[in-house]
Design a protein around this ligand. Structure first.
Ligand code: NDP
Length: 308
Protein backbone atom coordinates (compact mmCIF):
# COMPACT_ATOMS: atom_id res chain seq x y z
CA UNK A 1 0.00 0.00 0.00
CA UNK A 2 1.38 3.42 -1.02
CA UNK A 3 0.60 5.55 2.00
CA UNK A 4 2.85 8.60 1.87
CA UNK A 5 1.75 11.86 0.33
CA UNK A 6 3.55 11.75 -3.05
CA UNK A 7 5.43 14.63 -4.64
CA UNK A 8 3.47 15.43 -7.81
CA UNK A 9 4.74 17.49 -10.74
CA UNK A 10 1.99 18.87 -13.00
CA UNK A 11 2.98 20.31 -16.38
CA UNK A 12 0.69 22.43 -18.56
CA UNK A 13 -1.20 23.69 -15.51
CA UNK A 14 -3.21 26.37 -17.33
CA UNK A 15 -4.72 24.34 -20.17
CA UNK A 16 -8.29 23.10 -19.99
CA UNK A 17 -7.27 19.81 -18.36
CA UNK A 18 -4.31 21.29 -16.47
CA UNK A 19 -6.53 23.83 -14.73
CA UNK A 20 -8.91 21.15 -13.48
CA UNK A 21 -5.98 18.95 -12.46
CA UNK A 22 -4.69 21.72 -10.19
CA UNK A 23 -7.93 21.26 -8.25
CA UNK A 24 -8.18 17.47 -8.43
CA UNK A 25 -4.53 16.71 -7.59
CA UNK A 26 -4.16 19.25 -4.77
CA UNK A 27 -5.42 16.96 -1.98
CA UNK A 28 -3.37 13.95 -3.10
CA UNK A 29 0.14 15.08 -2.30
CA UNK A 30 2.74 17.81 -2.47
CA UNK A 31 1.84 19.45 -5.79
CA UNK A 32 4.20 21.56 -7.93
CA UNK A 33 2.24 22.94 -10.89
CA UNK A 34 4.03 24.64 -13.78
CA UNK A 35 3.03 26.31 -17.01
CA UNK A 36 5.40 26.91 -19.92
CA UNK A 37 6.93 29.90 -18.10
CA UNK A 38 7.91 27.87 -15.04
CA UNK A 39 8.56 29.48 -11.65
CA UNK A 40 11.28 29.73 -8.98
CA UNK A 41 13.97 28.59 -11.40
CA UNK A 42 11.95 25.56 -12.54
CA UNK A 43 11.29 25.08 -16.26
CA UNK A 44 7.84 24.00 -17.41
CA UNK A 45 8.49 24.52 -21.11
CA UNK A 46 7.93 21.22 -22.91
CA UNK A 47 9.96 22.50 -25.86
CA UNK A 48 13.03 22.94 -23.61
CA UNK A 49 14.19 19.38 -23.14
CA UNK A 50 17.28 20.22 -21.07
CA UNK A 51 15.38 22.60 -18.81
CA UNK A 52 12.64 20.03 -18.32
CA UNK A 53 15.18 17.38 -17.37
CA UNK A 54 16.73 19.72 -14.79
CA UNK A 55 13.30 20.43 -13.31
CA UNK A 56 12.45 16.75 -12.92
CA UNK A 57 15.86 15.95 -11.42
CA UNK A 58 15.57 18.83 -8.96
CA UNK A 59 12.03 17.99 -7.79
CA UNK A 60 12.33 14.18 -7.86
CA UNK A 61 8.55 13.72 -8.17
CA UNK A 62 6.90 10.36 -7.48
CA UNK A 63 4.16 11.26 -9.95
CA UNK A 64 4.48 13.35 -13.13
CA UNK A 65 1.26 14.50 -14.80
CA UNK A 66 1.70 15.97 -18.26
CA UNK A 67 -1.33 18.04 -19.27
CA UNK A 68 0.67 20.23 -21.65
CA UNK A 69 0.53 19.60 -25.40
CA UNK A 70 0.66 21.25 -28.77
CA UNK A 71 -3.09 21.14 -29.47
CA UNK A 72 -3.42 23.31 -32.58
CA UNK A 73 -4.53 20.56 -34.98
CA UNK A 74 -4.45 22.68 -38.14
CA UNK A 75 -1.38 24.72 -37.11
CA UNK A 76 0.51 21.47 -36.48
CA UNK A 77 0.50 20.79 -40.22
CA UNK A 78 2.75 23.87 -40.60
CA UNK A 79 4.66 23.70 -37.31
CA UNK A 80 5.51 20.02 -37.53
CA UNK A 81 8.85 20.24 -35.77
CA UNK A 82 7.48 22.13 -32.77
CA UNK A 83 4.45 19.83 -32.49
CA UNK A 84 6.75 16.81 -32.55
CA UNK A 85 9.04 18.30 -29.93
CA UNK A 86 6.17 19.02 -27.53
CA UNK A 87 3.92 16.01 -28.21
CA UNK A 88 6.51 13.30 -28.82
CA UNK A 89 9.99 14.29 -27.61
CA UNK A 90 8.93 15.89 -24.31
CA UNK A 91 6.88 12.80 -23.28
CA UNK A 92 9.89 10.64 -24.23
CA UNK A 93 12.11 12.69 -21.93
CA UNK A 94 9.53 12.61 -19.13
CA UNK A 95 9.24 8.83 -19.51
CA UNK A 96 13.01 8.40 -19.34
CA UNK A 97 13.22 10.52 -16.19
CA UNK A 98 10.17 8.81 -14.65
CA UNK A 99 11.79 5.45 -15.22
CA UNK A 100 15.00 6.58 -13.53
CA UNK A 101 13.02 7.81 -10.53
CA UNK A 102 10.55 4.90 -10.55
CA UNK A 103 7.86 7.58 -10.79
CA UNK A 104 4.37 7.16 -12.28
CA UNK A 105 3.91 9.20 -15.49
CA UNK A 106 0.38 10.27 -16.41
CA UNK A 107 -0.14 11.51 -19.95
CA UNK A 108 -3.03 12.34 -22.31
CA UNK A 109 -3.56 11.33 -25.90
CA UNK A 110 -6.27 11.58 -28.47
CA UNK A 111 -8.91 9.90 -30.66
CA UNK A 112 -6.90 11.40 -33.58
CA UNK A 113 -4.51 8.43 -33.38
CA UNK A 114 -7.23 6.52 -35.29
CA UNK A 115 -8.11 6.81 -38.99
CA UNK A 116 -11.82 7.21 -38.29
CA UNK A 117 -13.04 4.30 -40.42
CA UNK A 118 -16.21 2.36 -39.64
CA UNK A 119 -18.71 3.26 -36.95
CA UNK A 120 -17.76 1.01 -34.02
CA UNK A 121 -16.17 2.55 -30.95
CA UNK A 122 -12.38 2.09 -30.99
CA UNK A 123 -10.77 -0.14 -28.37
CA UNK A 124 -7.31 0.51 -26.93
CA UNK A 125 -5.97 -2.51 -28.85
CA UNK A 126 -7.34 -1.46 -32.26
CA UNK A 127 -4.90 -0.53 -35.03
CA UNK A 128 -3.95 3.13 -35.19
CA UNK A 129 -3.51 5.27 -38.30
CA UNK A 130 -3.47 9.03 -37.69
CA UNK A 131 -4.74 11.25 -40.51
CA UNK A 132 -2.86 14.39 -39.49
CA UNK A 133 0.44 15.49 -37.96
CA UNK A 134 -1.09 16.30 -34.57
CA UNK A 135 -2.39 12.71 -34.33
CA UNK A 136 0.93 11.30 -35.49
CA UNK A 137 2.89 13.37 -32.96
CA UNK A 138 0.56 12.30 -30.12
CA UNK A 139 0.88 8.66 -31.20
CA UNK A 140 4.68 8.98 -31.16
CA UNK A 141 4.40 10.37 -27.60
CA UNK A 142 2.33 7.34 -26.52
CA UNK A 143 4.83 4.94 -28.06
CA UNK A 144 7.85 6.57 -26.44
CA UNK A 145 6.18 6.26 -23.04
CA UNK A 146 5.13 2.64 -23.60
CA UNK A 147 8.55 1.54 -24.78
CA UNK A 148 10.46 3.39 -22.03
CA UNK A 149 9.55 0.87 -19.36
CA UNK A 150 8.32 3.59 -16.98
CA UNK A 151 5.18 3.13 -14.90
CA UNK A 152 2.48 5.03 -16.76
CA UNK A 153 -1.15 5.84 -17.34
CA UNK A 154 -2.08 7.18 -20.79
CA UNK A 155 -5.62 8.43 -21.26
CA UNK A 156 -6.88 8.89 -24.81
CA UNK A 157 -9.73 11.36 -24.84
CA UNK A 158 -11.72 13.39 -27.39
CA UNK A 159 -13.41 16.75 -28.04
CA UNK A 160 -12.27 18.35 -24.77
CA UNK A 161 -14.12 21.37 -23.37
CA UNK A 162 -14.08 23.24 -20.07
CA UNK A 163 -15.98 26.03 -18.38
CA UNK A 164 -12.76 28.04 -18.72
CA UNK A 165 -10.78 28.62 -21.93
CA UNK A 166 -11.74 28.23 -25.56
CA UNK A 167 -13.33 25.20 -27.14
CA UNK A 168 -16.14 24.28 -29.54
CA UNK A 169 -18.57 24.82 -26.64
CA UNK A 170 -17.53 28.42 -25.95
CA UNK A 171 -17.19 29.30 -29.64
CA UNK A 172 -20.62 27.90 -30.49
CA UNK A 173 -22.34 29.57 -27.54
CA UNK A 174 -20.91 32.92 -28.70
CA UNK A 175 -21.58 32.47 -32.42
CA UNK A 176 -25.18 31.39 -31.80
CA UNK A 177 -25.83 34.77 -30.21
CA UNK A 178 -23.93 36.74 -32.89
CA UNK A 179 -24.87 35.05 -36.18
CA UNK A 180 -28.19 34.39 -37.79
CA UNK A 181 -27.17 31.06 -39.27
CA UNK A 182 -24.44 28.50 -38.77
CA UNK A 183 -23.13 25.42 -40.54
CA UNK A 184 -21.79 22.60 -38.40
CA UNK A 185 -20.23 19.27 -39.39
CA UNK A 186 -22.56 16.33 -38.97
CA UNK A 187 -20.50 13.36 -40.16
CA UNK A 188 -17.78 13.32 -37.46
CA UNK A 189 -18.89 11.33 -34.43
CA UNK A 190 -17.48 11.26 -30.92
CA UNK A 191 -18.07 12.36 -27.34
CA UNK A 192 -17.51 15.85 -25.93
CA UNK A 193 -15.36 15.30 -22.83
CA UNK A 194 -15.20 17.68 -19.89
CA UNK A 195 -11.79 18.62 -18.49
CA UNK A 196 -13.40 18.26 -15.06
CA UNK A 197 -14.24 14.59 -15.74
CA UNK A 198 -10.73 13.92 -17.06
CA UNK A 199 -9.16 15.46 -13.96
CA UNK A 200 -11.43 13.58 -11.54
CA UNK A 201 -10.86 10.23 -13.25
CA UNK A 202 -7.12 10.97 -13.30
CA UNK A 203 -6.91 11.51 -9.56
CA UNK A 204 -9.01 8.40 -8.88
CA UNK A 205 -6.86 6.26 -11.19
CA UNK A 206 -3.65 7.78 -9.87
CA UNK A 207 -4.35 6.67 -6.30
CA UNK A 208 -5.43 3.20 -7.40
CA UNK A 209 -2.38 2.74 -9.63
CA UNK A 210 0.04 3.81 -6.91
CA UNK A 211 -1.52 1.08 -4.77
CA UNK A 212 -1.67 -1.51 -7.54
CA UNK A 213 0.92 -1.19 -10.28
CA UNK A 214 -0.91 -3.76 -12.44
CA UNK A 215 -3.46 -1.07 -13.28
CA UNK A 216 -0.97 0.97 -15.31
CA UNK A 217 -1.47 1.17 -19.07
CA UNK A 218 -3.40 2.81 -21.89
CA UNK A 219 -7.08 3.70 -21.41
CA UNK A 220 -9.83 5.45 -23.34
CA UNK A 221 -11.47 8.17 -21.27
CA UNK A 222 -14.65 9.78 -22.61
CA UNK A 223 -18.16 10.08 -21.13
CA UNK A 224 -21.02 7.79 -22.10
CA UNK A 225 -22.90 8.29 -25.35
CA UNK A 226 -21.94 9.87 -28.64
CA UNK A 227 -22.98 12.64 -30.95
CA UNK A 228 -21.80 14.64 -33.97
CA UNK A 229 -20.51 18.22 -33.85
CA UNK A 230 -23.92 19.22 -35.22
CA UNK A 231 -25.75 17.25 -32.50
CA UNK A 232 -23.48 18.90 -29.90
CA UNK A 233 -24.28 22.36 -31.34
CA UNK A 234 -28.02 21.68 -31.27
CA UNK A 235 -27.74 20.61 -27.61
CA UNK A 236 -26.04 23.94 -26.80
CA UNK A 237 -28.63 25.95 -28.78
CA UNK A 238 -31.52 24.22 -27.00
CA UNK A 239 -29.91 24.83 -23.61
CA UNK A 240 -29.36 28.53 -24.37
CA UNK A 241 -32.98 28.92 -25.45
CA UNK A 242 -34.24 27.16 -22.31
CA UNK A 243 -32.28 29.74 -20.28
CA UNK A 244 -34.04 32.54 -22.15
CA UNK A 245 -30.86 33.66 -23.95
CA UNK A 246 -31.49 35.57 -27.16
CA UNK A 247 -30.16 33.14 -29.72
CA UNK A 248 -29.85 34.29 -33.35
CA UNK A 249 -29.04 30.85 -34.76
CA UNK A 250 -31.91 28.80 -33.42
CA UNK A 251 -31.85 25.02 -34.02
CA UNK A 252 -33.48 25.26 -37.44
CA UNK A 253 -30.81 27.76 -38.52
CA UNK A 254 -27.94 25.43 -37.67
CA UNK A 255 -27.37 23.50 -40.87
CA UNK A 256 -25.69 20.09 -40.87
CA UNK A 257 -22.83 19.86 -43.38
CA UNK A 258 -20.34 17.16 -44.29
CA UNK A 259 -16.61 17.26 -43.59
CA UNK A 260 -15.92 17.64 -47.30
CA UNK A 261 -17.93 20.87 -47.30
CA UNK A 262 -15.59 22.40 -44.66
CA UNK A 263 -11.99 21.88 -45.85
CA UNK A 264 -9.27 22.35 -43.23
CA UNK A 265 -5.45 22.05 -43.40
CA UNK A 266 -5.57 18.87 -41.27
CA UNK A 267 -7.77 15.88 -42.12
CA UNK A 268 -9.95 14.70 -39.27
CA UNK A 269 -11.36 11.23 -38.51
CA UNK A 270 -15.09 10.67 -39.07
CA UNK A 271 -15.36 8.02 -36.37
CA UNK A 272 -13.89 9.23 -33.06
CA UNK A 273 -16.04 6.95 -30.89
CA UNK A 274 -13.99 5.38 -28.08
CA UNK A 275 -15.04 2.48 -25.89
CA UNK A 276 -14.31 2.86 -22.18
CA UNK A 277 -15.00 -0.66 -20.91
CA UNK A 278 -11.35 -1.21 -19.97
CA UNK A 279 -11.22 1.98 -17.88
CA UNK A 280 -14.55 1.36 -16.16
CA UNK A 281 -13.61 -2.21 -15.23
CA UNK A 282 -10.06 -1.44 -14.06
CA UNK A 283 -11.04 1.48 -11.85
CA UNK A 284 -14.66 0.59 -10.92
CA UNK A 285 -16.07 3.65 -12.64
CA UNK A 286 -19.39 4.49 -14.25
CA UNK A 287 -18.92 7.27 -16.76
CA UNK A 288 -21.76 9.81 -16.94
CA UNK A 289 -23.60 10.82 -20.13
CA UNK A 290 -21.77 13.52 -22.14
CA UNK A 291 -24.75 15.85 -21.81
CA UNK A 292 -24.28 16.11 -17.99
CA UNK A 293 -20.84 17.66 -18.23
CA UNK A 294 -21.72 19.96 -21.13
CA UNK A 295 -24.67 21.32 -19.20
CA UNK A 296 -22.54 21.92 -16.10
CA UNK A 297 -19.91 23.76 -18.15
CA UNK A 298 -22.58 25.94 -19.78
CA UNK A 299 -24.03 26.84 -16.38
CA UNK A 300 -20.57 27.62 -15.00
CA UNK A 301 -19.60 29.65 -18.04
CA UNK A 302 -22.79 31.53 -18.75
CA UNK A 303 -24.83 31.27 -15.56
CA UNK A 304 -28.37 30.02 -15.35
CA UNK A 305 -31.63 31.87 -14.79
CA UNK A 306 -32.50 29.33 -12.11
CA UNK A 307 -29.67 30.70 -9.96
CA UNK A 308 -31.51 33.81 -8.74
P1 NDP B 1 -5.17 22.99 -24.04
O1 NDP B 1 -4.81 23.44 -25.41
O2 NDP B 1 -6.30 23.61 -23.32
O3 NDP B 1 -3.91 23.06 -23.09
C1 NDP B 1 -2.65 22.69 -23.52
C2 NDP B 1 -1.68 23.35 -22.60
O4 NDP B 1 -0.37 23.01 -23.05
C3 NDP B 1 -1.78 24.89 -22.60
O5 NDP B 1 -1.82 25.36 -21.29
C4 NDP B 1 -0.50 25.31 -23.29
O6 NDP B 1 0.03 26.50 -22.78
C5 NDP B 1 0.40 24.17 -22.91
N1 NDP B 1 1.56 24.16 -23.75
C6 NDP B 1 1.67 24.33 -25.09
N2 NDP B 1 2.96 24.36 -25.44
C7 NDP B 1 3.69 24.22 -24.31
C8 NDP B 1 5.06 24.17 -24.01
N3 NDP B 1 5.99 24.32 -24.95
N4 NDP B 1 5.43 24.00 -22.73
C9 NDP B 1 4.53 23.88 -21.74
N5 NDP B 1 3.21 23.93 -21.96
C10 NDP B 1 2.79 24.08 -23.22
O7 NDP B 1 -5.37 21.41 -24.16
P2 NDP B 1 -6.30 20.44 -23.33
O8 NDP B 1 -6.22 20.76 -21.88
O9 NDP B 1 -7.61 20.41 -24.00
O10 NDP B 1 -5.57 19.07 -23.64
C11 NDP B 1 -5.04 18.23 -22.61
C12 NDP B 1 -4.57 16.95 -23.25
O11 NDP B 1 -5.67 16.29 -23.90
C13 NDP B 1 -3.50 17.12 -24.33
O12 NDP B 1 -2.58 16.07 -24.23
C14 NDP B 1 -4.26 17.00 -25.64
O13 NDP B 1 -3.43 16.53 -26.69
C15 NDP B 1 -5.32 15.98 -25.25
N6 NDP B 1 -6.53 16.07 -26.05
C16 NDP B 1 -7.17 17.27 -26.21
C17 NDP B 1 -8.30 17.37 -27.00
C18 NDP B 1 -9.01 18.67 -27.19
O14 NDP B 1 -10.07 18.66 -27.84
N7 NDP B 1 -8.52 19.79 -26.66
C19 NDP B 1 -8.86 16.17 -27.66
C20 NDP B 1 -8.14 14.96 -27.40
C21 NDP B 1 -7.01 14.92 -26.61
P3 NDP B 1 -0.30 27.92 -23.45
O15 NDP B 1 -1.73 28.18 -23.06
O16 NDP B 1 0.69 28.82 -22.82
O17 NDP B 1 -0.13 27.72 -24.92
Amino acid sequence: MFNTSPRILLLGKNGQVGWELQRALAPLGELTALDRHGCKGLTGDLADVDGLRRTVRQLKPQVIVNAGAYTGVDRAEEQRELATRINAEAPALLAEEARALNALLIHYSTDYVFNGSGDSPWRESDPVGPLNHYGASKLAGERHIQSSGCRHLIFRTSWVYAARGNSFLSTMARLMCEREALQVIDDQHGAPTGAELIADVTSHALVQTLNDGAKQGLYHLVPAGQTSWHGYAIFIAEWLQRQGTEVQSTQERIAPISTSEWPTPANRPLNSRLTTTKLERAFSLTLPAWQNGVERALVERLGSDTEA
